[in-house]
Structures are given as C-alpha cells and as structure tokens.
Design a protein around this ligand. Structure first.
Ligand code: NAD
Length: 476
C-alpha cells in the first residue's frame, strides 16, 4: 500500500488558513499552523462514528487490542522528535529536562503501560455451590476533555486506558493546544480502526456539549475546579460516570534539621517544572524558622542560574507562560504580594526581552496565608515561602486549602516524614520529591481537586463497568 501522507506531522494535522484557527507559538506568538475549527455538529458526528466502531474493538481479544496499542506507541516513538517540537512551540515547555521530549516519550510509555496492565476477574465469593465473580466490561464511548499545560500527555492519560478497556474515545483538547493532541492522535490513528479515536478541536461550547451528551458513557476531565463543577452538573443529564482531575494548590513542608543542599534541586523542580504550569507542582512552601533563610537563598540561587527561553532552544530549562491570561494571573498575584509587603527575593517581573509572555522565576518570602498568592493556584514560575515555628500549625495551614491534589514533606528523618504524610489531606504525598508520576501508580485528588484515579489497575477500573456474574458451581 502506498502512503500519500503529507511530508510532516504538522502538515498532516493543520488546515488551510481560510478554514482554520491560527495557533501561536507560545514564545514568539508567531503562527505555527491552523487548527481545524470543530463545532458541536462535528462532535455529534464523532460520537456517532465512535459508537459504530466500539463494539468490534471491544470484541477483539485483549491481547489483540494491546498489540495494536503497542504499534501505536511504536509510531509515537518513531515520530517523538516531531511531536516534541510541536509541543515545545505550541505550549512553550523546553525540549530538554522534564519538558517536551519527556512529554512526547511519556505518551508512548503511558500507552504501553495501559496496554500491558492486566485486569483479571476477581472471585468475590465461592461457597455452598455458588461462585460470584467481578468482571470489568467496556463502558462504550468516553469523552476526554483536556487542558493546555501537558496537552499531549494528559490527553494520553485519558485515551490509553479507555482504549485498553475496549472503549472508543472522542477527545477535546484545550482551545490553546489543539495541535499537540491532534498530532499524537494522528500517529495513533495510523494503527487504530476508523472512528475509534477522534479529536474534536472545539472550544468551551464543545466541552459543554460533551459534558451532557447522551451518546457518552463516561467523561474524563482534567482542568480547573470551576469547570469540573459545571461538568458534574451536566452529568445529571446523561448520567455519565466522571473522572475529575482538577486544580491543586499543593503545599510542601520542610522539617527542621533537613539537609537543604541535598534537597534543593528536587525542591526547585518540584516547584518550577513546566515553568510552574503543572497541576501537581508545589505551590506553597512552609519552612521551619531555623532553615527559612537557607531554603529561600537556595531556591533563589537556582532560579537565577536556570536559563529561560523559547521551548525550542536547546539551552532553555524554563519557558514562557503559555497564554496571555496565565501571564496576567501570575503577574497580578506577585504584584498583590508585593503591595502587601512581601519580599520579592528574585524575579517578580516580566522578561520582555525573551518574548511577550515570559515571567522570571520568582521567589517570594515573608508572606502569610491569606495572601492570594498563597491561597490560590498561581500556575506559574512563582513560589511563596511561608515561615512556621510549630509543625502542627504548618500541617493545619497546609490542610486549610479546599484543594487536595498533592503535598510533600522534606526531611532527613523518614519516620517523622511518614508521620506527617499520614496527616496531610491530599491524593498523593511525596517525601523529598514532588510531582513525580509513574504509569503504574494511581494518581488523583481529594476535596476540590476532584475524584477518581488515573494510571495502573485503578485507572483501568475507572473506564470500565463493573459487572458481577454469579453462577452455580459443583459443591466442593
Ligand atoms: P479549564 O478548566 O479552563 O479548561 C480545561 C478544558 O475544559 C479545556 O479543554 C476547555 O475547553 C474545557 N472547558 C472549558 N469550559 C468547559 C465547560 N463548561 N464544560 C466542559 N468543558 C469545558 O482549565 P485549563 O485552564 O485548561 O487548565 C488549567 C487547570 O487544570 C489548572 O487548574 C490545573 O491545576 C488543572 N490541571 C489539573 C490536572 C490534574 O491532573 N489534576 C492536570 C493538569 C491541569
């Protein structure tokens, strides 16, 4: 079979200027390409095609589905550099470190892990001639709504387990980052049956239509808590099951007696990964009096020596804010902190010589709970460092948030760290690290950070219908 594919992945997913929407490079604001403009009519058509494709996919033996997903993962690996370049330009994250190449490679890693994770029926009861088993059946069609910060990887976290369990998927990327999701889906669709995975590159209206759509059996949503609430309301219409990965305002607590030099790099990247635009980044740091100055100085020193620039520049370790809205939120929160009398240790200003949405890595000291920079999610390259003298008080302040995605404890004493981890209200507590994820380890939030888990066996269960089969068996 001869292939008549466009020369590049970007050419394959973009449309002519007159029929598309210009997507800017996050660093320069120059147009990268034009994304298709999809409406709710496109959504209806995609769901209809998905419903038609799903039964045959579900009927395949699981080994066959997994083999096809492996071929899709190989395709992603074969084009990982092209995909990484699209992500680096569209979203802005640097190619290197935990950046765009990591994101592109991670798409294949998460896909393979979903393909290989087993979910055997469980025997619930067996006695007196009766046996009850719990099986996991496909749900049908999954609507997958994703944000702009890790566009391809987060979409994959929704797509991979759904397909693995025999579902079809209609994915809606953020209006800011459609190209990254169109690109990863185009690679997968070289191997998947027609109609099984469709990207609908629409705006909020399409997201709203997904939320209550009668043709969907499950909605996976990653994004803000406000949008999550609206999706819960809409789910009353279609009774779709929900997985909600919402915002976070993760706290970290540094215990007295901790070797600051030993933790400084992990602490910095737990905060500044993806220039702070990460759901489970460390967003408020509580440091004991005895080490307050050492931690503030260590973070400021690393911030000042970490190169910032366009994602596609090989030397960049930090990038721009992805959108002008996010730039305004971040600079507004820092300005407010400054007006309240907080100390801007480093940063605290834009870096216009780099491009319109660059904001310098910023460390803010002498700030208290109650300041919006502490109480709300900044989602940018800024860390407020809050002083404490009593660890119980620090735990209470960490838990005072209405969100509970992640949290971390930084300590030399593992037992003390474990005791505090048990008291923190979060879906994940890390010790001497923050935000590290593993495709085999479930991830999800509590409180306003949502419900449901992704990854591993728990992630597969979340896109399956539990089904009990009870039968008579010969008495033992
Ligand atoms: P957002 O809620 O504005 O948008 C997310 C997606 O929802 C987009 O695709 C958008 O078009 C769509 N949408 C908007 N309004 C909708 C509606 N009424 N109904 C249905 N869909 C709608 O979030 P964002 O600004 O793209 O992402 C940033 C937020 O996402 C942050 O709060 C961040 O913490 C959170 N986030 C959470 C996780 C996690 O795993 N918990 C991961 C990444 C980001």
């Amino acid at each position: 079979m001869t292939e008549t594919r466009p020369a590049t992945l970007l050419d394959e997913i973009t449309v002519a200027p007159e029929s598309g929407r210009a997507i800017p490079d996050a660093a320069t604001r120059e147009t990268i390409g034009y994304a298709p403009i999809h409406s709710t009519e496109h959504l209806d058509a995609a769901i209809e095609r998905a419903r038609a494709a799903q039964p045959a996919w579900a009927a395949l033996p699981v080994e066959e589905r997994s083999a096809i997903l492996h071929r899709a993962a190989d395709e992603i690996d074969a084009h990982a550099e092209e995909l990484a370049q699209i992500i680096a330009r569209e979203q802005g994250k640097p190619l290197n470190g935990p950046g765009a190449r990591f994101e592109a490679g991670g798409c294949a890693v998460w896909l393979r892990n979903a393909a290989d994770t087993t979910l055997e029926p469980e025997v619930l009861f067996e006695a007196d001639g009766t046996r009850s088993e719990l099986h996991y059946a496909p749900l049908g069609v999954v609507g997958a709504i994703s944000p702009w910060n890790w566009p391809a990887l987060i979409a994959m976290w929704q797509i991979a387990p759904s397909l693995r369990m025999g579902n079809a998927v209609v994915a809606k990327p953020s209006e800011y980052t459609p190209l990254s999701v169109l690109a990863v889906a185009a690679l997968m669709n070289r191997h998947l049956p027609d109609g099984l995975l469709t990207v609908v590159a629409g705006g909020r209206d399409v997201g709203e239509a997904i939320a209550g759509h009668p043709g969907l059996d499950k909605v996976m949503f990653t994004g803000s808590t406000a949008t999550g609430r609206s999706i819960i309301r809409s789910s009353a219409d279609n009774l779709a099951r929900l997985t909600l990965e919402l915002g976070g305002n993760d706290a970290g607590i540094v215990l007295p007696g901790t070797d600051i030099d030993a933790i400084a790099q992990n602490l910095f990247w737990g905060i500044f990964i993806n220039t702070g635009q990460t759901c489970a980044a460390l967003k408020r740091l509580y440091v004991h009096d005895s080490q307050y100055d050492a931690v503030v100085d260590a973070l400021a020193t690393i911030a000042e020596s970490t190169p910032m620039g366009a994602g596609v520049d090989e030397g960049s370790a930090l990038g721009p804010l992805s959108t002008s809205q996010q730039f305004d939120i971040v600079s507004g929160l820092v300005d407010d902190a400054r007006e309240r009398g907080a100390r801007i240790v480093t940063g605290g200003e834009a870096a216009p010589e780099l491009g319109p949405h660059f904001y310098r890595a910023t460390v803010v000291a002498d700030i208290e709970d109650g300041a919006p920079l502490v109480d709300t999610e900044q989602f940018g390259p800024v860390i407020p460092v809050i002083r404490y003298s009593d660890v119980d008080d620090a735990i209470a302040r960490a838990n005072a948030s209405d969100q509970g995605l992640g949290a971390s404890v930084w300590a030399d004493d593992p037992e003390a760290a474990m005791a505090i981890a048990a008291r923190l209200e979060a879906g994940t507590v890390w010790i001497n690290q923050h935000g590290t994820l593993n495709p085999l380890v479930p991830f999800g939030g509590v409180k306003g950070s949502g419900y449901g888990m992704e990854f591993g066996r728990e992630g597969l269960k979340a896109v399956a219908a539990p089904k009990v089969i009870t039968r008579t068996v010969a008495a033992l």
